[in-house]
Design a protein around this ligand. Structure first.
Ligand SMILES: Cc1ncc(COP(=O)(O)O)c(C=O)c1O
Length: 421
C-alpha cells in the first residue's frame, strides 16, 4: 500500500524526518537552483552560489546557537565516527604545540578524559584507545585514555553523579556525548541540575569536547563558549546524512604537521585537520553539497517558521514532557519500564522504554503487540536499537507535537487494553 508522508509518524533515530516544506524546496533546488537553470548538485562548490549557501548556513547557525566569535564553524564529512578520530588527533597536536620546547624524548604522553554515558561515548573512547596505543609490541602509548566517569555498571540508565567524576588536572581534553541516541540518556539542559555536565568540576584550562550529534539545534547549548569543540552529524535534526558540523575554538586550529615534527604525536590525515578546513572555508575538498544545502534550508526554516532556538526548545520540551508523562503512567501500572531511571537525565530526543523484560514467548509478548498496533496506526521506526532492544521513539525537531500526541493516545489506549489481557 502506498502511503502519503502525512499518513505516517516517522520516529526514526537517524537518518530522521526532515520538515516537508524544506524537502519541497530542496526538490526544486535539486532541479534548478535559484533560477540558474542548474541543480544545486550540479554547481561548482567553488562558485559564488555554493559559497553563498555555506555562508548563509554558517550565519544562521551562529544566530541560532549564539556561537561566539572566538569559535569557527566548519562543515565536513565522515560522520560522527570520523570525529572520534579527528578530535583525538587534533587535540593531541594542540597539546603538543603548547610545549614546543620540550624535546620528544622528554615529552610525556598526555591523559585524555572520557565521560562514558552510553554506546556513542563508549565508541569514541574506544577509538581514542585504538589510536593512542599502537598495536606493535613495545610501542610507546601516545596518550593515556582515562575514563573520568562511566555509568556502564548501571546499563547507562543515568548520567554520573557529581561525586563520581574523577577528572585529570592537566588532561589534553575532556570528552562527553551530550545525548546518547541509543540509550536515551542526556545531560540536563538546566546547568543547575545535578544531571548537568559538571562544568564546575572540570579544571578551567582543560579543553572540553562534546558530541552533540543527536541533540544539535534542539535547544540552546549550555556554556557554549566554555567548549573547545562541539561536533554534530547532520542526520538527526539538521539535514541529510553526509555533513558534520564542527564548532571549534579558533586557537585550536593548529598545524598538525608541525606538532608531529616535534615528536610524540601521530600524523593527522590532511582531511581530518581542522586548520586545513578552516583555512579553506570548509571547501578544502569537494564538500557534500546537497547535505549542506538542505541543512541551510532547515536552519532558515527554524528561524523563520519555528521561532528560532527559543521556539524550538519550547516545542521539544512539551513533546518530551507529554510522552514521558504517558509512559510514567504506564510504568506505574507495571506495563512498561523507562530505561533511564534518572528523570533529569531522560533524553528529549530519544525516548526509550522496555516492555516484557522477562517474557520469552515471542508470539504473545506485549512488545510485539505494541509494535504491531503502532505500525497499524502509522508509527514507523520505533523499535529499539538492536544492541539494547525495547522501544525507542525519536522525537527530533521535525516530529510534530501532534505526532507525539498521537503516540501518547496510542500508548494510553494500548495500556487500557493490556490491563485486561
Ligand atoms: C550521538 C552520536 N554520535 C555519533 C554517531 C555516529 O555518527 P555516524 O553514523 O554519522 O558516524 C551517532 C550516530 O547515530 C550518534 O547518534
Amino acid at each position: 500500500m502506498a502511503l502519503n508522508r502525512a499518513e505516517v509518524h516517522n520516529m526514526a533515530a537517524g537518518p530522521s524526518p526532515l520538515p516537508t516544506s524544506v524537502l519541497q524546496q530542496a526538490a526544486k533546488g535539486l532541479l534548478n537552483y535559484n533560477g540558474t537553470g542548474m541543480g544545486v548538485c550540479e554547481l561548482s562548490h567553488r562558485g559564488k552560489e555554493f559559497k553563498g549557501i555555506v555562508e548563509k548556513a554558517e550565519a544562521d547557525l551562529r544566530e541560532l546557537l549564539q556561537i561566539p566569535d572566538s569559535h569557527a564553524v566548519l562543515f565536513t564529512q565522515g560522520g560522527g565516527t570520523t570525529q572520534f578520530s579527528s578530535v583525538f588527533l587534533n587535540m593531541l597536536a594542540y597539546h603538543r604545540l603548547k610545549s614546543k620546547d620540550v624535546p620528544a624524548e622528554q615529552y610525556s604522553p598526555p591523559t585524555v578524559d572520557y565521560i562514558v554515558t552510553g554506546a556513542w561515548s563508549s565508541k569514541a573512547s574506544a577509538e581514542a584507545k585504538r589510536l593512542a596505543v599502537p598495536p606493535t609490541p613495545n610501542a610507546q602509548a601516545l596518550a593515556n585514555v582515562h575514563i573520568a566517569a562511566t555509568t556502564k555498571p548501571t546499563k547507562f540508565n543515568r548520567v554520573p553523579r557529581k561525586e563520581e567524576y574523577n577528572f585529570t588536572n592537566d588532561a589534553a581534553y575532556v570528552y562527553y556525548c551530550e545525548n546518547e541516541t541509543i540509550n536515551g540518556v542526556q545531560f540536563a539542559g538546566d546547568v543547575d541540575s545535578p544531571a548537568a555536565v559538571p562544568f564546575d568540576l572540570i579544571p578551567n584550562d582543560v579543553p572540553i569536547v562534546a558530541d552533540y550529534s543527536s541533540s544539535f539545534i534542539s535547544r540552546p547549548i549550555p556554556h557554549i563558549e566554555r567548549h573547545a569543540l562541539i561536533y554534530a552529524g547532520a542526520q538527526k535534526n539538521l539535514g541529510p546524512a553526509g555533513v558534520v558540523v564542527v564548532i571549534v575554538r579558533k586557537d585550536l586550529l593548529v598545524d598538525t604537521n608541525e606538532a608531529a615534527l616535534l615528536g610524540g604525536v601521530p600524523v593527522c590525515p590532511i582531511e581530518l585537520e581542522y586548520k586545513i578546513l578552516a583555512d579553506n572555508g570548509s571547501l578544502y575538498n569537494t564538500p557534500p553539497v546537497f547535505s549542506i544545502y538542505v541543512s541551510q534550508l532547515v536552519l532558515r526554516y527554524l528561524i523563520e517558521e519555528k521561532g528560532g532556538m527559543a521556539g524550538v526548545k519550547e516545542t521539544n520540551e512539551k513533546k518530551a514532557k507529554l510522552l514521558y508523562a504517558a509512559l510514567e503512567e504506564a510504568e506505574r501500572k507495571g506495563l512498561v519500564r523507562l530505561t533511564v531511571s534518572d528523570r533529569e537525565a531522560r533524553s528529549w530526543m530519544n525516548v526509550t522504554w522496555v516492555i516484557d523484560e522477562a517474557d520469552g514467548d515471542e508470539e504473545s509478548s506485549r512488545e510485539k503487540r505494541f509494535l504491531k498496533g503502532a505500525e497499524a496506526q502509522g508509527f514507523r521506526q520505533i523499535k529499539g536499537h538492536r544492541s539494547v532492544g525495547g522501544i525507542r521513539a525519536s522525537i527530533y525537531n521535525a516530529v510534530s507535537l501532534e505526532s507525539v500526541q498521537e503516540l501518547v493516545n496510542y500508548i494510553k489506549n494500548w495500556a487500557a487494553a493490556e490491563k485486561w489481557m
